[in-house]
Design a protein around this ligand. Structure first.
Ligand SMILES: Cc1cc2nc3c(=O)[nH]c(=O)nc-3n(C[C@H](O)[C@H](O)[C@H](O)COP(=O)(O)O)c2cc1C
Length: 329
Protein backbone atom coordinates (compact mmCIF):
# COMPACT_ATOMS: atom_id res chain seq x y z
CA UNK A 1 0.00 0.00 0.00
CA UNK A 2 1.20 3.53 -0.73
CA UNK A 3 2.32 5.55 2.24
CA UNK A 4 1.58 8.98 3.60
CA UNK A 5 3.82 10.58 6.21
CA UNK A 6 2.95 14.00 7.58
CA UNK A 7 6.08 15.13 9.40
CA UNK A 8 6.85 12.27 11.76
CA UNK A 9 3.30 10.93 11.64
CA UNK A 10 2.54 7.93 9.46
CA UNK A 11 -1.00 7.91 8.11
CA UNK A 12 -2.07 4.33 7.43
CA UNK A 13 -4.00 3.79 5.25
CA UNK A 14 -3.37 7.05 3.36
CA UNK A 15 -7.04 8.02 3.46
CA UNK A 16 -8.24 11.18 5.17
CA UNK A 17 -11.72 12.22 6.31
CA UNK A 18 -12.17 15.76 4.93
CA UNK A 19 -13.01 18.61 7.28
CA UNK A 20 -16.69 19.42 6.81
CA UNK A 21 -18.40 22.18 8.78
CA UNK A 22 -21.60 21.01 10.42
CA UNK A 23 -20.70 17.38 9.70
CA UNK A 24 -17.36 16.41 11.19
CA UNK A 25 -18.33 16.78 14.83
CA UNK A 26 -17.04 14.27 17.37
CA UNK A 27 -19.87 11.81 16.70
CA UNK A 28 -19.28 11.63 12.98
CA UNK A 29 -15.51 11.41 13.44
CA UNK A 30 -15.93 8.59 15.92
CA UNK A 31 -18.42 6.84 13.63
CA UNK A 32 -15.91 6.93 10.78
CA UNK A 33 -13.06 5.91 13.05
CA UNK A 34 -14.92 2.86 14.35
CA UNK A 35 -15.85 1.65 10.87
CA UNK A 36 -12.15 1.59 10.00
CA UNK A 37 -10.13 2.53 6.95
CA UNK A 38 -9.53 6.22 7.68
CA UNK A 39 -5.88 6.94 8.46
CA UNK A 40 -6.61 10.50 9.64
CA UNK A 41 -9.84 12.25 10.57
CA UNK A 42 -10.38 16.01 10.41
CA UNK A 43 -12.39 18.29 12.62
CA UNK A 44 -14.82 20.83 11.12
CA UNK A 45 -13.02 24.16 10.74
CA UNK A 46 -12.45 26.28 13.82
CA UNK A 47 -12.40 30.08 13.77
CA UNK A 48 -9.17 31.48 15.21
CA UNK A 49 -11.06 34.69 15.88
CA UNK A 50 -13.59 32.85 18.07
CA UNK A 51 -10.93 30.77 19.81
CA UNK A 52 -8.76 33.74 20.69
CA UNK A 53 -11.80 35.59 22.01
CA UNK A 54 -12.60 32.59 24.20
CA UNK A 55 -16.00 31.76 22.65
CA UNK A 56 -17.02 28.73 24.74
CA UNK A 57 -19.12 26.77 22.19
CA UNK A 58 -16.22 26.91 19.72
CA UNK A 59 -13.68 25.85 22.35
CA UNK A 60 -16.04 22.98 23.25
CA UNK A 61 -16.03 21.85 19.62
CA UNK A 62 -12.27 21.31 19.82
CA UNK A 63 -12.57 18.56 22.42
CA UNK A 64 -11.90 15.09 21.02
CA UNK A 65 -11.56 11.52 22.24
CA UNK A 66 -8.33 9.52 22.24
CA UNK A 67 -10.04 6.96 20.05
CA UNK A 68 -10.28 9.50 17.21
CA UNK A 69 -6.50 9.69 16.77
CA UNK A 70 -4.77 10.51 14.57
CA UNK A 71 -6.83 13.68 14.27
CA UNK A 72 -6.29 17.02 12.54
CA UNK A 73 -7.78 20.24 13.82
CA UNK A 74 -8.35 22.74 11.04
CA UNK A 75 -8.23 26.45 11.83
CA UNK A 76 -9.04 29.52 9.76
CA UNK A 77 -8.63 33.26 10.03
CA UNK A 78 -6.91 36.28 8.55
CA UNK A 79 -4.74 37.56 11.38
CA UNK A 80 -1.30 35.91 11.68
CA UNK A 81 -1.04 36.51 15.43
CA UNK A 82 -4.51 35.14 16.19
CA UNK A 83 -3.85 32.17 13.92
CA UNK A 84 -0.57 31.48 15.74
CA UNK A 85 -2.30 31.74 19.13
CA UNK A 86 -4.99 29.35 17.91
CA UNK A 87 -2.36 26.96 16.52
CA UNK A 88 -0.63 27.01 19.91
CA UNK A 89 -3.89 25.93 21.52
CA UNK A 90 -4.29 23.14 18.94
CA UNK A 91 -0.86 21.90 20.00
CA UNK A 92 -1.68 22.30 23.68
CA UNK A 93 -4.77 20.15 23.15
CA UNK A 94 -2.46 17.50 21.73
CA UNK A 95 -4.04 17.23 18.31
CA UNK A 96 -1.89 15.18 15.94
CA UNK A 97 -1.96 17.72 13.09
CA UNK A 98 -2.78 21.41 12.78
CA UNK A 99 -4.33 22.20 9.39
CA UNK A 100 -4.84 25.69 7.99
CA UNK A 101 -7.87 26.34 5.78
CA UNK A 102 -7.01 28.38 2.70
CA UNK A 103 -9.73 26.94 0.51
CA UNK A 104 -13.14 27.75 1.98
CA UNK A 105 -15.20 29.50 -0.71
CA UNK A 106 -18.16 30.46 1.53
CA UNK A 107 -19.00 34.14 1.24
CA UNK A 108 -18.98 34.72 4.97
CA UNK A 109 -15.42 33.37 5.20
CA UNK A 110 -14.21 35.14 2.03
CA UNK A 111 -15.53 38.48 3.29
CA UNK A 112 -13.54 37.94 6.47
CA UNK A 113 -10.44 37.67 4.22
CA UNK A 114 -9.78 34.11 5.34
CA UNK A 115 -10.29 30.69 3.73
CA UNK A 116 -9.82 30.88 -0.04
CA UNK A 117 -9.50 34.69 0.12
CA UNK A 118 -5.91 34.06 1.23
CA UNK A 119 -5.19 32.69 -2.23
CA UNK A 120 -5.79 36.26 -3.41
CA UNK A 121 -3.31 37.59 -0.85
CA UNK A 122 -0.34 35.24 -0.84
CA UNK A 123 1.90 37.57 1.26
CA UNK A 124 -0.71 37.36 4.04
CA UNK A 125 -1.04 33.61 3.53
CA UNK A 126 2.73 33.30 3.95
CA UNK A 127 2.71 35.39 7.13
CA UNK A 128 0.01 33.15 8.61
CA UNK A 129 1.89 29.96 7.73
CA UNK A 130 5.13 31.37 9.11
CA UNK A 131 3.51 32.48 12.36
CA UNK A 132 1.82 29.10 12.88
CA UNK A 133 4.96 27.14 11.98
CA UNK A 134 6.92 29.09 14.58
CA UNK A 135 4.67 28.00 17.47
CA UNK A 136 4.06 24.41 16.35
CA UNK A 137 6.13 21.33 16.89
CA UNK A 138 3.32 19.02 15.69
CA UNK A 139 2.87 18.58 11.92
CA UNK A 140 1.38 21.52 10.02
CA UNK A 141 -0.68 21.11 6.85
CA UNK A 142 -2.45 23.57 4.56
CA UNK A 143 -5.58 22.83 2.53
CA UNK A 144 -6.36 24.92 -0.53
CA UNK A 145 -8.05 25.02 -3.92
CA UNK A 146 -6.72 25.77 -7.40
CA UNK A 147 -7.11 29.49 -6.82
CA UNK A 148 -9.81 32.11 -6.53
CA UNK A 149 -10.90 31.56 -10.14
CA UNK A 150 -11.04 35.30 -10.77
CA UNK A 151 -8.82 38.40 -10.67
CA UNK A 152 -5.29 38.69 -12.02
CA UNK A 153 -4.17 35.31 -10.74
CA UNK A 154 -7.16 32.98 -11.03
CA UNK A 155 -5.22 29.74 -10.56
CA UNK A 156 -2.18 30.00 -8.27
CA UNK A 157 -2.09 26.76 -6.29
CA UNK A 158 1.40 26.05 -7.57
CA UNK A 159 2.73 29.25 -6.03
CA UNK A 160 0.99 28.58 -2.73
CA UNK A 161 2.25 25.00 -2.74
CA UNK A 162 5.82 26.25 -3.12
CA UNK A 163 5.32 28.81 -0.36
CA UNK A 164 4.10 26.01 1.91
CA UNK A 165 7.13 23.90 1.10
CA UNK A 166 9.56 26.78 1.67
CA UNK A 167 7.99 27.65 5.02
CA UNK A 168 8.22 24.14 6.44
CA UNK A 169 4.65 22.90 5.98
CA UNK A 170 4.59 19.10 6.32
CA UNK A 171 1.92 18.31 3.69
CA UNK A 172 -0.67 20.09 1.57
CA UNK A 173 -4.15 19.11 0.42
CA UNK A 174 -5.38 20.28 -2.97
CA UNK A 175 -9.07 20.32 -3.88
CA UNK A 176 -9.01 20.53 -7.68
CA UNK A 177 -11.60 23.30 -8.05
CA UNK A 178 -11.34 27.08 -7.86
CA UNK A 179 -13.18 28.96 -5.13
CA UNK A 180 -15.43 30.46 -7.78
CA UNK A 181 -16.54 27.00 -8.82
CA UNK A 182 -17.68 26.22 -5.28
CA UNK A 183 -18.83 22.62 -5.86
CA UNK A 184 -19.77 22.89 -9.56
CA UNK A 185 -17.83 21.27 -12.39
CA UNK A 186 -15.32 18.59 -11.53
CA UNK A 187 -12.20 18.41 -9.42
CA UNK A 188 -9.29 18.62 -11.86
CA UNK A 189 -7.03 15.74 -10.89
CA UNK A 190 -4.45 16.76 -13.53
CA UNK A 191 -3.66 19.79 -11.38
CA UNK A 192 -3.18 17.53 -8.36
CA UNK A 193 -0.70 15.57 -10.44
CA UNK A 194 1.06 18.77 -11.52
CA UNK A 195 1.43 19.92 -7.91
CA UNK A 196 2.75 16.52 -6.85
CA UNK A 197 5.39 16.74 -9.57
CA UNK A 198 6.36 20.29 -8.61
CA UNK A 199 6.89 20.01 -4.85
CA UNK A 200 8.65 17.57 -2.55
CA UNK A 201 6.33 17.63 0.46
CA UNK A 202 3.41 15.15 0.45
CA UNK A 203 0.33 16.09 -1.54
CA UNK A 204 -3.11 14.86 -0.51
CA UNK A 205 -5.55 14.85 -3.41
CA UNK A 206 -9.16 15.88 -2.89
CA UNK A 207 -12.38 16.27 -4.80
CA UNK A 208 -14.94 13.92 -6.33
CA UNK A 209 -13.83 10.63 -4.85
CA UNK A 210 -17.31 9.17 -5.00
CA UNK A 211 -16.64 5.43 -4.86
CA UNK A 212 -13.86 3.41 -3.25
CA UNK A 213 -12.43 2.71 -6.71
CA UNK A 214 -11.99 6.45 -7.27
CA UNK A 215 -9.47 6.63 -4.40
CA UNK A 216 -7.29 4.05 -6.14
CA UNK A 217 -7.73 5.83 -9.46
CA UNK A 218 -6.77 9.19 -7.96
CA UNK A 219 -3.52 7.74 -6.62
CA UNK A 220 -2.82 6.02 -9.96
CA UNK A 221 -3.53 9.12 -12.02
CA UNK A 222 -1.90 11.76 -9.85
CA UNK A 223 0.71 9.88 -7.75
CA UNK A 224 -0.64 11.80 -4.77
CA UNK A 225 0.51 10.58 -1.37
CA UNK A 226 -2.92 10.45 0.20
CA UNK A 227 -6.58 10.84 -0.68
CA UNK A 228 -9.06 13.00 1.19
CA UNK A 229 -12.73 12.06 1.03
CA UNK A 230 -15.61 14.30 2.03
CA UNK A 231 -19.15 14.14 0.71
CA UNK A 232 -19.11 10.48 -0.32
CA UNK A 233 -18.53 9.47 3.30
CA UNK A 234 -21.94 10.84 4.25
CA UNK A 235 -23.80 8.41 2.05
CA UNK A 236 -21.28 5.64 2.50
CA UNK A 237 -19.34 5.96 5.76
CA UNK A 238 -17.71 2.59 4.90
CA UNK A 239 -15.97 4.14 1.88
CA UNK A 240 -12.66 4.35 3.78
CA UNK A 241 -12.77 0.70 4.77
CA UNK A 242 -13.64 -0.29 1.21
CA UNK A 243 -10.95 1.91 -0.37
CA UNK A 244 -8.38 0.61 2.14
CA UNK A 245 -9.22 -2.95 1.10
CA UNK A 246 -8.79 -2.08 -2.57
CA UNK A 247 -5.46 -0.37 -1.89
CA UNK A 248 -4.32 -3.52 -0.09
CA UNK A 249 -5.40 -5.64 -3.07
CA UNK A 250 -8.25 -7.22 -1.14
CA UNK A 251 -11.92 -7.56 -2.09
CA UNK A 252 -14.29 -4.79 -1.08
CA UNK A 253 -16.15 -5.81 2.09
CA UNK A 254 -19.95 -5.98 1.84
CA UNK A 255 -22.00 -3.84 4.22
CA UNK A 256 -25.01 -5.61 5.66
CA UNK A 257 -28.27 -3.95 6.55
CA UNK A 258 -27.60 -4.95 10.17
CA UNK A 259 -24.34 -2.97 10.09
CA UNK A 260 -26.16 0.05 8.71
CA UNK A 261 -28.73 -0.19 11.49
CA UNK A 262 -26.00 -0.48 14.14
CA UNK A 263 -24.17 2.52 12.71
CA UNK A 264 -27.28 4.71 12.84
CA UNK A 265 -28.21 3.57 16.33
CA UNK A 266 -24.73 4.12 17.74
CA UNK A 267 -24.33 7.56 16.14
CA UNK A 268 -27.76 8.76 17.20
CA UNK A 269 -27.39 7.39 20.75
CA UNK A 270 -24.36 9.63 21.26
CA UNK A 271 -26.25 12.63 19.94
CA UNK A 272 -29.27 11.96 22.17
CA UNK A 273 -27.01 11.48 25.19
CA UNK A 274 -25.03 14.71 24.75
CA UNK A 275 -27.13 17.28 22.90
CA UNK A 276 -30.15 19.31 23.91
CA UNK A 277 -33.36 17.94 22.32
CA UNK A 278 -33.57 20.64 19.63
CA UNK A 279 -30.00 20.17 18.42
CA UNK A 280 -30.38 16.39 18.63
CA UNK A 281 -33.53 16.54 16.50
CA UNK A 282 -31.78 18.63 13.86
CA UNK A 283 -28.60 16.52 13.77
CA UNK A 284 -30.41 13.18 13.65
CA UNK A 285 -32.75 14.31 10.87
CA UNK A 286 -29.91 15.55 8.72
CA UNK A 287 -27.71 12.49 9.22
CA UNK A 288 -30.64 10.06 8.82
CA UNK A 289 -31.39 11.59 5.42
CA UNK A 290 -27.80 10.98 4.32
CA UNK A 291 -27.30 7.55 5.85
CA UNK A 292 -30.46 6.16 4.27
CA UNK A 293 -29.65 7.21 0.69
CA UNK A 294 -30.01 4.14 -1.49
CA UNK A 295 -31.33 2.00 1.36
CA UNK A 296 -34.31 -0.26 0.66
CA UNK A 297 -37.44 1.30 2.17
CA UNK A 298 -35.55 4.54 2.81
CA UNK A 299 -38.41 6.83 1.85
CA UNK A 300 -40.69 5.31 4.46
CA UNK A 301 -38.01 5.53 7.14
CA UNK A 302 -37.24 9.14 6.26
CA UNK A 303 -40.94 10.00 6.47
CA UNK A 304 -41.16 8.32 9.87
CA UNK A 305 -38.07 10.17 11.09
CA UNK A 306 -39.36 13.47 9.69
CA UNK A 307 -42.55 13.25 11.75
CA UNK A 308 -40.80 12.53 15.06
CA UNK A 309 -40.44 15.41 17.50
CA UNK A 310 -38.95 13.62 20.47
CA UNK A 311 -35.34 12.45 19.92
CA UNK A 312 -35.97 9.36 22.09
CA UNK A 313 -38.44 8.05 19.53
CA UNK A 314 -35.82 7.82 16.80
CA UNK A 315 -34.12 4.69 18.04
CA UNK A 316 -37.31 2.53 18.22
CA UNK A 317 -38.36 3.84 14.78
CA UNK A 318 -35.05 2.72 13.29
CA UNK A 319 -35.20 -0.66 15.06
CA UNK A 320 -38.74 -1.15 13.79
CA UNK A 321 -37.81 -0.27 10.22
CA UNK A 322 -34.96 -2.73 10.05
CA UNK A 323 -36.98 -5.45 11.82
CA UNK A 324 -39.63 -5.11 9.10
CA UNK A 325 -36.99 -6.03 6.50
CA UNK A 326 -36.02 -4.48 3.19
CA UNK A 327 -39.38 -5.21 1.57
CA UNK A 328 -41.04 -2.52 3.65
CA UNK A 329 -41.03 0.30 1.06
C1 LIG B 1 -20.92 20.47 4.10
C2 LIG B 1 -19.49 20.73 3.78
C3 LIG B 1 -18.69 21.42 4.69
C4 LIG B 1 -17.34 21.67 4.41
N1 LIG B 1 -16.57 22.28 5.35
C5 LIG B 1 -15.23 22.43 5.13
C6 LIG B 1 -14.36 22.92 6.15
O1 LIG B 1 -14.78 23.22 7.27
N2 LIG B 1 -13.05 23.06 5.83
C7 LIG B 1 -12.53 22.72 4.60
O2 LIG B 1 -11.33 22.84 4.37
N3 LIG B 1 -13.34 22.22 3.64
C8 LIG B 1 -14.65 22.04 3.89
N4 LIG B 1 -15.43 21.47 2.93
C9 LIG B 1 -14.80 20.99 1.69
C10 LIG B 1 -14.36 19.51 1.83
O3 LIG B 1 -13.39 19.37 2.83
C11 LIG B 1 -13.81 18.99 0.50
O4 LIG B 1 -12.70 19.75 0.15
C12 LIG B 1 -14.84 19.03 -0.63
O5 LIG B 1 -16.10 18.58 -0.20
C13 LIG B 1 -14.38 18.22 -1.84
O6 LIG B 1 -14.19 16.86 -1.50
P1 LIG B 1 -15.31 15.73 -1.83
O7 LIG B 1 -15.60 15.79 -3.29
O8 LIG B 1 -14.68 14.44 -1.40
O9 LIG B 1 -16.52 16.08 -1.03
C14 LIG B 1 -16.77 21.23 3.19
C15 LIG B 1 -17.58 20.55 2.27
C16 LIG B 1 -18.92 20.29 2.54
C17 LIG B 1 -19.75 19.53 1.55
Amino acid sequence: MTGLAIGGLRIVPPLVLAPMAGICDRYFRLTIRRLGGAGLVSMEFISSEAVTRGVKPILDKMVFAQEERPLAIQIYGKDPQRMADCAALVEEMRADVCDINMGCPANKVLKGCSGAALMGDLPRAAKIIEACRKVLSIPLTVKFRLGLGKGSDPVNYMELGRICQDLGVDAVTLHGRTARQMYTGVSDWDQIRALKQAIDIPVIGNGDVKRPEDAVEMIDRTSCDGVMIGRASLKDPWIFRKAAALLAGQPVPEVTSGERKDLMLAHFRWIIRDEDPRTALHKIRSFAGRYTKGLAGARKLRQAIGSINDPNEFLPAIEEHFAAGPGSE
